[in-house]
Design a protein around this ligand. Structure first.
Ligand SMILES: Nc1nc2c(ncn2[C@@H]2O[C@H](COP(=O)(O)OP(=O)(O)OP(=O)(O)O)[C@@H](O)[C@H]2O)c(=O)[nH]1
Ligand SMILES: [Mg+2]
Length: 407
């Protein structure tokens, strides 16, 4: 009897030990699987309570170990190629400018915000049951209010009159299509709006030079900064020239734009230095460093200050002792309306403007100025400023512009 008791006791003990071992193995395996699957890149492989899962019913707390079973010295060295130490950053972190391609969408949104009133107004007038003389006058007034200018407004009204008369059925779709066509014609999609920033073929070894001119506060420096970013996004090497030597702050403002995208700024350390020599030096630095483009910012000046306008002419002539100027961009503030046109004409006489940059188009419903200024100068609008943000500059596109107005 005693022997039997002993045998039964031994069997029960062995049974319990086996069951305990089996349960322990299953749990361990489950925990290992969770740790492996649940780990996110960069997460601690030890799963020290931060491995993305909460303990469930039946999970044991891990028994803390007071000493490591293996030290780092006893672990075999992994056979890995370590990446080289990154170089110490020397300046402020470089920004990555937005690619130019996606900007058109934003152009449309920003323009639409302030210019749809024009489109809606015109569509409403042209969709009236009867269009009489008074209606046509209203159409013309709407165009003039949007700064289209007298010439283009009269021309557009005449064309619309003719076409509406022969249109027959005036359903909204047809009226819209007709208006789109006629607006597009006055904005002129045939103008070449390419910005010439390629190294000049007729001046080998030299960078393209872009001069930026205009009256005070129109957005010249901002435009140079934004344009530098556009060019950097296109992988071009850029040098900035701070030929606004009136105030040291002007060169600082420009240099800050440059630093953000790793572009050097050539400047004078003396306030009131000769802007032409700064521009000359910038082109020299650009040539020596084999840059693609040199952007020259100039001081704001009123078109009726003869001395200052002469100085601007000199800046251009001095640059051209080295290499031709590829582009002279006149920056106009769209909110100043017809006033800007008078300035534009005088600047054009002095420096032969090749393209217009219309800034602050985000803050005005007077988008018609695009048409007026192109007519006045015979020079295309090449870029538009649509805000104070660093990438709020977009290439102008006639179709996108008209579509934004009629949005
Ligand atoms: N909303 C808006 N503001 C702009 C735009 N472009 C420039 N600005 C603002 O206009 C102001 C003047 O810009 P600047 O670039 O300093 O003008 P500037 O022509 O260099 O001025 P001066 O050198 O003093 O003649 C700044 O506050 C800019 O942020 C634009 O497209 N939209
Ligand atoms: Mg400036």
């Amino acid at each position: 009897m005693e022997t039997l008791d002993l045998i039964i006791g031994a069997v029960v003990l062995v049974g319990l030990l086996t069951a305990g071992l089996a349960v322990g193995l299953v749990r361990r395996g489950r925990d290992t699987a969770r740790r492996t699957l649940g780990r996110r890149p960069g997460q601690d492989a030890g799963g020290s309570g931060d491995d993305g899962h909460l303990p469930g019913v039946g999970d044991d707390a891990e028994v803390p170990r007071d000493s490591a079973t293996r030290t780092i010295d006893t672990l075999p060295a992994p056979d890995l190629e370590l990446p080289e130490e990154p170089a110490e950053p020397t300046g402020p972190a470089r920004e990555r400018p937005e690619p130019v391609a996606g900007r058109l969408v934003r152009l449309r949104e920003r323009l639409a915000r302030s210019n749809t009133a024009l489109g809606r107004g015109l569509l409403a007038l042209l969709s009236r049951d009867t269009i009489d003389e008074a209606t046509w006058e209203e159409v013309e007034d709407t165009l003039l209010l949007a700064d289209l200018g007298v010439g283009p407004a009269t021309e557009l009204v005449d064309r619309l009159r003719l076409r509406v008369r022969t249109l027959g059925e005036r359903d909204p779709q047809r009226v819209r299509a007709l208006l789109r066509e006629e607006l597009l014609a006055v904005v002129d999609p045939s103008m070449d709006r390419t910005l010439n920033t390629s190294r000049p073929a007729d001046s080998p070894g030299h960078p393209a030079v872009v001069m930026v001119v205009g009256v005070n506060g129109t957005g010249k420096t901002t435009t140079v900064g934004k344009l530098a970013r556009v060019l950097v996004a296109e992988n071009k090497d850029v040098v900035l020239g701070a030929a606004d030597t009136f105030r040291a702050a002007a060169a600082d403002q420009l240099a800050t734009w440059g630093e953000r995208v790793g572009v050097p700024t050539v400047r004078s350390d003396r306030e009131g230095a000769d802007p032409a020599s700064v521009a000359f030096e910038a082109v020299k630095v650009g040539t020596e460093s084999e840059a693609d483009v040199v952007l020259v910012d100039t001081a704001g000046r009123l078109q009726n200050k003869a001395g200052l306008m002469d100085e601007l002419g000199k800046v251009k002539r001095v640059i051209e002792r080295t290499t031709p100027v590829s582009e002279v961009l006149l920056v106009l503030d769209a909110t100043t309306g017809q006033n800007g046109l008078k300035q534009a004409a005088v600047f054009s006489q002095v420096v032969d403007v090749t393209g217009i940059v219309l800034t602050k188009l985000d803050g005005t419903a007077k988008g018609g100025i695009v048409v007026a200024v192109q007519r006045e100068l015979g020079v295309p609008v090449k870029l538009v400023g649509l805000g104070e943000g660093p990438d709020d500059l977009a290439p102008f596109d006639a179709e996108a512009f008209v579509d934004a107005i009629l949005a």
